[in-house]
Design a protein. Structure first.
Length: 524
């Protein structure tokens, strides 16, 4: 770097240490030059004249270094407190004209030149609870480098050598270093000019068989795969209980297949249903041409009491998939739902389109998928509220995977209704997608969407800015909107517009409304 005129960028600069050190090296500043006293000055044989000559030479070299043409040196961080400290440190080093510090998140960074050097001391994640979050942050760092900084050199300083492969970057050199007593690695490489590509399905050969299910699956695939390719949709439904004899739904999450079996009615022989399902799974493998390790199967049935909240497994395996400008983590084994509701894709697209410049509130936030689209769409800040420790942590992982930080995007573990009563903030965009029923034994709390939605929407609207927008959605098929809401607010039923193409056979999958303040609607 000392001989380079290319930009130096630290995307997570913290208090600016790396940038200051790099600037001192480039400017040929001797270490400790600003110090007025050293211990050796008290020695009886200290030659003060010789020392002063060395100091004068160092000052001359520093002045010559400062007069050179300097490269761009810029640091980013999302924490305003840390940014303030970085600027103070740079000022004390006399380098405020040489180093620029800006507030930005990793997700929003853009390359200032065709070539340069990215160098950063990334978060370590020393606590066990942080390791997984940091590993997905490293994945986001590598993806951002590949997409926005091809041709640049890159160096990262990390403590966990096992996470070096999470970046999906090619490391040419690995140096063993220490941060104090902590063993670390400095990984150095060149960023590939080819951005990562997404998995795309090919249309199956249209060969009719004697099996009605296989024929229907091929017919559906012909439509949905072409549609998905045209719309750049990577996760979508290809079969939704089309045939009564095959009571299943099939979703594609990039290269993985998620099959949900619905419990047959009591009038259907259980053994016959089991054989049909086994045949259907075999046909899915044959038609799609996938191995069994890419197929995940779940059985859905009416859940009661504690059973509806129990985990199905404990594998904790997360898979990365894409939707629009964002990446999401899904789990195919541990829970009934994967963590990404595919039928909500259009409403997330709406949130992305209208979030720019607004403060966004995601109530009953689940895994934060709507929050990610709001953040990617330019929301100035987001707040995600959910009572579940599992879902709030999942939201944090999703934020890290996309290069967003919690300084700008708050995640709060709380009951949605209680939190609304206490919160004093105002939001330009609110998404409310509550569960149909919810109860917690510890707090003795019970939520019923039909009984409680009037109070819920009224509370949420009290947090909405005058010109803001609230989207309310529910999957309760017997839901009936309280007519009193029409007297208080302007409501527009957008259910039809928010049912995606791949769910068109199931138009009652959810209901959705756009809610605004009446005065705001009149002004429009």
């Amino acid at each position: 770097m000392a001989e380079s005129s290319k930009p130096l960028l630290d995307p997570m600069c913290g208090t600016g240490t790396i940038l200051i050190e790099a600037a001192l090296m480039f400017g040929d500043s001797a270490p400790g030059l600003s110090r007025s006293y050293f211990g050796f000055m008290g020695w009886l044989q200290h030659d003060s004249k010789l020392w002063q000559g060395l100091v004068d030479e160092a000052v001359f070299r520093e002045e010559a270094g400062l007069a050179r043409k300097w490269p761009v040196m810029i640091g980013y961080d999302c924490d305003p407190v840390v940014i303030k400290s970085a600027r103070e440190n740079i000022s004390r080093a006399g380098l405020e004209e040489k180093i620029t510090i800006k507030r930005a998140e990793l997700a929003t960074l853009q390359s200032p030149a065709t070539q340069g050097m990215i160098l950063s001391n990334l978060p370590y994640g020393e606590r066990l609870s942080e390791v997984e979050q940091v590993s997905w942050l490293y994945r986001a760092f590598g993806r951002k480098c590949s997409l926005s900084f091809p041709g640049w050199d890159v160096g990262v300083f990390i403590s966990n050598a096992d996470l070096g492969d999470r970046f999906n970057l090619v490391w040419k050199k690995r140096f063993h270093l220490f941060n104090g007593s902590l063993p670390c690695r400095l990984l150095v490489g060149r960023i590939d000019r080819s951005p990562p590509t997404s998995f795309l399905w090919n249309l199956p050969q249209q060969e009719r068989t004697d099996n009605e299910f296989a024929n229907r699956l091929r017919k559906n695939l012909k439509k949905t795969i072409r549609w998905a390719a045209k719309e750049s949709v990577f996760c979508f439904r290809i079969y939704d209980r089309d045939l009564p004899e095959y009571n299943i739904s099939i979703d594609l999450y990039e290269k993985w297949v998620h099959i949900q079996e619905y419990a047959p009615p009591k009038t259907i022989d259980r053994e016959l249903a089991r054989k049909r399902f086994k045949l259907a799974v075999r046909q899915v493998r044959d038609v799609l041409g996938v191995r069994s390790d890419r197929i995940f199967i779940k059985t859905r049935e009416r859940q009661k009491g504690k059973k509806q909240y129990q985990k199905k497994s404990n594998k904790r395996k997360l898979y990365e998939v894409r939707e629009g400008a964002c990446s999401f983590l899904v789990n195919f084994t541990d829970y009934l739902d994967t963590g990404l509701f595919l039928d909500h894709r259009p409403i997330r697209e709406r949130i992305f389109r209208v979030a720019g410049g607004r403060k966004f509130l995601n109530l009953f936030g689940y895994t934060g998928s709507a929050t990610l689209q709001a953040a990617a769409g330019g929301a100035v800040m987001t707040t995600t509220v959910d009572l579940s420790a599992t879902y709030t942590e999942w939201s944090r992982l999703n934020l890290a995977l996309n290069g967003f930080c919690e300084g700008t995007h708050r995640i709060i573990r709380a009951d949605g209704m209680d939190w609304l009563r206490q919160d004093k903030g105002k939001y330009g965009l609110i998404f409310v997608d509550p569960p149909t029923f919810s109860n917690t034994r510890k707090e003795k709390r019970f939520f019923d969407i039909q009984r409680d939605h009037f109070q819920l929407i009224k509370l949420a609207m009290s947090r909405l800015e005058p010109s803001g927008i609230l989207f309310f959605s529910t999957n309760f098929r017997k839901f009936s909107l309280d007519p009193r809401l029409q007297e208080l607010f302007f409501l527009r039923d957008i259910s039809k517009d928010t049912i995606p193409f791949d769910f068109s056979r199931n138009s009652k999958i959810h209901k959705c409304w756009e809610v605004r303040n009446t005065d705001s609607q009149k002004r429009q």
